[in-house]
Ligand binder design. Structure first.
Ligand SMILES: NC(=O)c1ccc[n+]([C@@H]2O[C@H](COP(=O)([O-])OP(=O)(O)OC[C@H]3O[C@@H](n4cnc5c(N)ncnc54)[C@H](O)[C@@H]3O)[C@@H](O)[C@H]2O)c1
Ligand SMILES: O=C(O)C(=O)C[C@@H](O)[C@H](O)[C@H](O)COP(=O)(O)O
Ligand SMILES: [Zn+2]
Length: 342
């Protein structure tokens, strides 16, 4: 498992001097080039900067081709090192590019969004979207290490903090009711390093137990079967919806299913829905056809033999996985969620 440093960014100088590499590359997007790269540059050795367009819409094989092209033009060999400086799009895509380039070069993640700090930068899931499906092409591939500094929050828009907060809430719901309660008592704008550390500890404990998602790691996917379907639908229809926002809505829908399957009690389902609804909005996607959302759910990576298998809640702080769900119940959950007044 990769070491996670919770440290000021100047730690990078020590990290780099402890790793041997032939040439250093730094991957950014247009926003992290502007806001984050100036904070990191003083601690970098000689390097080549690779900049791609920002946003989920650019988490594609076409962007990977650009990145691999730059690595090739600058004659990166197998001993090259890539630093991914950005949010989850950059750590997912940069990790995938590093994992596949010449069958694998080392990479370091410096996550610059709350979401990437608490979730995307560790655990080794990397990849890109393909034909409208989330993370459809990818690899399990661990970074050499992860460096988390909250200095990057200074320039992060509030809606991005709120998006990252959803994955923290998910960590509480699936594994630690105390974390859920603690988060409920603060605002997403005042997340501190202790809360981040607690979330990362949950993610690390689960991924260490099952690095390639054969079993228990699937609990980290709570909210994602339906959440990813909403996210993909919005992406294809040019409707703004961030990953964490989609997962918050997906958690409401999947808490509804958990309750319908008699796993989660009424009171806890109600509490989860009320709290998430207070913070998050669902854009008006009532015109989303149920069939389109179901088609997207059918491509979820946890499914087997055409059957949708979900990760669900048994109570706050405890989740289960591989629960088969009929199309009819998915339809009910989608209709229920779309009818809610956010
Ligand atoms: N691999 C995993 O385990 C995992 C876990 C969760 C999410 N993800 C993936 O992560 C992605 C979402 O990540 P995200 O929410 O970080 O989105 P993102 O990478 O698109 O970043 C959000 C926006 O903020 C900008 N930005 C980043 N840091 C900034 C800063 N410090 N100041 C100002 N602007 C900044 C980015 O340029 C981008 O425009 C999704 O693709 C999701 O599927 C992966
Ligand atoms: O680390 C995991 O495992 C997760 O499922 C974390 C999720 O928050 C994350 O969005 C992940 O990228 C989803 O993976 P996918 O396998 O559903 O594409
Ligand atoms: Zn997620």
């Amino acid at each position: 498992m990769s070491k996670v440093y919770f440290s000021k960014i100047d730690k990078l100088r020590d990290i780099l001097s402890s790793i041997s590499f032939s040439r250093l590359f730094v991957l950014v997007d247009d926003q992290t080039e502007k806001h984050c790269y100036p904070l990191v540059k003083p601690f970098l050795a000689d390097h080549i900067l690779i900049s791609v367009k920002s946003g989920e819409i650019n988490k594609t094989l076409a962007s990977c081709t650009e990145i691999w092209g730059q690595l090739t033009t600058h004659e990166a060999d197998r001993n090259a090192l890539l630093i991914n400086l950005g949010g989850g799009v950059i750590t997912d895509m940069g990790g995938f590019c590093a994992g596949a380039y010449k069958r694998g070069i080392n990479f370091i993640n410096i996550p610059t969004t709350l979401l990437a700090q608490v979730d995307a930068s560790s655990g080794g899931k990397t990849g890109v979207d393909f034909e409208g499906f989330k993370n459809h092409i990818g690899l399990f591939c661990e970074p050499q290490c992860v460096l988390i500094d909250t200095i990057f929050h200074r320039t992060l828009p509030a809606n991005q903090m709120r998006s990252g907060f959803a994955e923290m809430l998910k960590h509480g719901l699936i594994a630690d009711a105390g974390h859920w309660e603690a988060l409920k008592s603060i605002s997403y704008q005042s997340v501190d390093l202790d809360a981040i550390k607690s979330s990362v500890a949950i993610k690390q404990k689960v991924t260490e137990a099952d690095p390639t998602e054969k079993g228990v790691r699937k609990i980290l996917n709570f909210g994602h079967t339906i959440g990813h379907a909403f996210e993909s639908f919005c992406l294809s229809n040019d409707i703004p919806l961030l990953h964490g926002e989609a997962i918050a809505v997906g958690m409401i829908a999947e808490a509804f299913i958990s309750n319908s399957k008699r796993l989660l009690g009424d009171q806890e389902r109600e509490e989860i829905e009320q709290y998430l609804k207070e913070i998050y909005d669902l854009p008006d996607i009532k015109k989303a056809s149920y069939h389109e959302i179901l088609r997207l759910c059918k491509q979820d990576k946890k499914n087997k033999n055409g059957k949708v298998l979900m990760s669900l809640l048994e109570k706050k702080g405890k989740a289960t996985y591989d629960v088969p769900i009929d199309d009819q119940l998915i339809q009910e959950a989608i209709s229920y969620t779309l009818e809610l007044h956010f």
